[in-house]
Design a protein around this ligand. Structure first.
Ligand code: ARG
Length: 597
């Protein structure tokens, strides 16, 4: 319907010499203003030296000559908006299509396009932080949205399993721990984190003493850690490599439990990967990067290190600060591993040389604190000719802020994700014990996805669990409620049915709440397309909030399933279409609808 309207509109404006590319169809903010709106008259008025409302009238006059039958009326509003109202036949037809069972793929806009969505990416032997939680929730939703739009999606968990921190951890294990016991004991990951923290505490303690001998011991510890990491990188000592592998194992088991609880999967059968940074440190991965940088003359020596400059030698002309590629001690670094990862991804999923690999888009869902870094990385990859602007995307997220109280972040106190999940489950079981896990996860996910990812989140249990507000549990409950109505209808022998006249089945009731709800259902596909194009799941989340509000107002005003009501079949049909759309929409956010609540 949108395509038909758009074609008719383009035809009309072309008659007036207006460029088709300036035609954009939107949804009116206020659903009562119509089903679609366009600002094409306002956008082109100046160029044509016309008053926008006058131009709008001309466009409407042209449009009326070939008005599609699905459009009931056209009106001009405000400074020159053109609003369209769909005919009820078209509205009913859409509801019917929803009931007929929409395909799993909702649109074709991603057809033939590949996108790698990298998200979660926790660090080995470190806590799975709330930052990683946000990345997991947002990245998983983006991957779901893109695959429903027909993109071929590769999900990648880019594990932080390499870096100088492993030197420190391995020294701490050697000095104060027993890896064999840790591995078999309880909470192994917490023990590893304790050891890592102990290394830092010990260095701090020695450094802050007044004794020069102790101070030099601190320096000695740091030196030892650097040396350990060097040995690990060289791969020359099997015992050290094995110890690192055990740390990886311990962490992966822990992460798997978290993903299980969150309903997030990295499934090799689907083509998903979990490739750690360590995969990209071998010469066959790193050297091609250095060669590529060298051949473009991008590598400059600076204080013993090799760096990439962004805008020549003069700091005043720098677009960004320089990016270090090789340290003087030869240890591999984060940025170089990222370049190697992206080259590997291009070679594996894209086609380098051809179109500069532009048939692949890579999205990194990573916290906003790495924004500058990703700009440097993308700029470098652009200079290398690997990607153009749209080929690299950083979807960044803000922080979690905790109010004072039980979940406060006292200095040095780590927030363990399990504790948050357990608390959420405890609160959700007050709603319904059976569905507590699903409701808890919904509360946490929706609390994140309802806002632009860039925003910080103030952690507020009451807001998250609010059964009457914009929360995950509220949306689940709306859906469960609609399904209960359907059950009741079934019991009464009312079959959902859509017809425009009495002979064809059920008549369409003239109820304002039903009309608004049914018309709002029409937006679903475009909403998903908008969300996909901008990598913003919050567009879907907000649509679902409005959709639930419309359903709940319908539900509270009208008796839906009444055997004596000749329009009941239509009402039940719209209820069912709502439930299906809500369930589908929540699924795109990674939220399950429980059977009971
Ligand atoms: N492991 C990193 C961290 O926790 C995030 C990795 C982000 N992805 C990347 N390609 N650098 O900070």
């Amino acid at each position: 319907m949108k395509n038909e309207l758009s074609a008719a509109l383009i035809r009309a404006v072309s008659e007036l010499g207006i460029d088709a590319s300036s035609v954009a169809l939107d949804f009116p903010e206020n659903a009562e203003h119509g089903d679609f709106t366009t600002n094409v008259a306002m956008v082109n008025a100046k160029k044509l030296d016309m008053n926008p409302r006058v131009l709008a009238e001309k466009i409407v006059a042209e449009f009326d000559k070939n008005k599609p039958s699905s459009i009931k009326s056209v009106s001009i509003a405000g400074p020159g908006f053109i609003n369209f109202v769909l005919d009820v036949e078209a509205v009913s037809k859409n509801t019917q299509e929803i009931l007929a069972g929409a395909p799993t793929k909702i649109s074709d806009i991603g057809q033939g396009k590949k996108v790698l969505v990298e998200y979660s990416s926790p660090n080995i032997a470190k806590p799975f932080t709330v930052g990683h939680l946000r990345s997991t929730i947002i990245g998983d939703s983006i991957a779901r949205i893109l695959s429903t739009l027909g993109y071929s999606v590769i999900r990648d968990n880019h594990l932080g399993d390499w870096g100088t921190q492993f030197g420190k951890l391995l020294v701490a294990i050697e000095k104060w721990g027993n890896l064999g016991l840790i591995e078999k004991g309880e909470d192994p990951i917490k023990k590893l984190v304790d050891l890592y923290v102990k290394f830092h505490d010990e260095v701090d303690r020695l450094e802050n003493s007044n004794d020069d001998k102790l101070k030099s011991e601190a320096a000695e510890l740091e030196k030892l850690a650097r040396a350990k990491f060097q040995i690990l990188e060289a791969g020359s000592d099997q015992k050290i490599v094995d110890a690192w592998k055990i740390c990886v194992d311990i962490s992966m088991k822990e992460f798997a439990k978290i993903y299980q609880r969150l309903g997030v999967a990295f499934d090799p059968k689907r083509g998903d990967t979990q490739i750690g940074e360590s995969f990209f440190v071998t010469p066959d991965k790193i050297e091609p990067v250095i060669e590529a940088l060298d051949s473009k003359k991008l590598l400059k020596k600076s204080e013993g290190a090799k760096v990439v400059f962004f805008g020549g030698d003069d700091p005043k002309k720098w677009k960004y600060p320089p990016l270090i590629i090789e340290k003087s001690d030869g240890a591999s670094i984060y940025a170089t591993r990222d370049l190697a990862a992206d080259l590997y991804r291009l070679n594996t999923y894209g086609s380098v040389g051809q179109n500069g690999g532009q048939n692949l888009t890579i999205i990194n869902e990573v916290g906003a604190e790495q924004s500058l870094y990703f700009r440097q990385l993308f700029e470098t990859e652009k200079m290398l000719g690997w990607f153009t602007d749209s080929g690299r995307v950083h979807v960044s997220h803000g922080l979690y802020r905790f109010k004072e109280g039980r979940m406060s972040t006292r200095k040095g106190k780590i927030i363990w994700l399990d504790d948050i999940l357990d608390e959420a489950v405890a609160r959700a079981s007050k709603i319904n014990a059976e569905s507590a896990e699903d409701v808890a996860v919904a509360a946490i996910k929706f609390n994140d996805l309802k806002r632009d990812s860039l925003q910080d989140i103030v952690f507020d249990w009451d807001e998250m669990m609010n059964m009457a507000g914009d929360s995950g549990p509220y949306l689940q409950y709306s859906c469960v409620r609609a399904k209960a109505v359907m059950e009741k209808a079934k019991g009464l022998g009312i079959v959902a049915r859509i017809g425009s006249g009495p002979g064809e089945g059920s008549t369409r009731p003239k109820i304002a709440q039903l009309d608004l709800l049914e018309r709002y259902l029409l937006r679903f596909q475009s909403i998903i397309e908008f969300a996909g194009a901008s990598y913003k799941p919050n567009i879907i989340a907000n649509y679902l909030i409005n959709l639930a509000a419309l359903f709940n107002s319908f539900y509270s005003q009208v008796i839906i399933a009444d055997v004596k009501d000749p329009e009941a079949a239509y009402k039940v049909a719209v209820t069912q279409a709502f439930a299906k759309t809500m369930e589908r929409g929540l699924d795109l956010l990674g939220i399950k609808v429980p059977k009971k609540m």
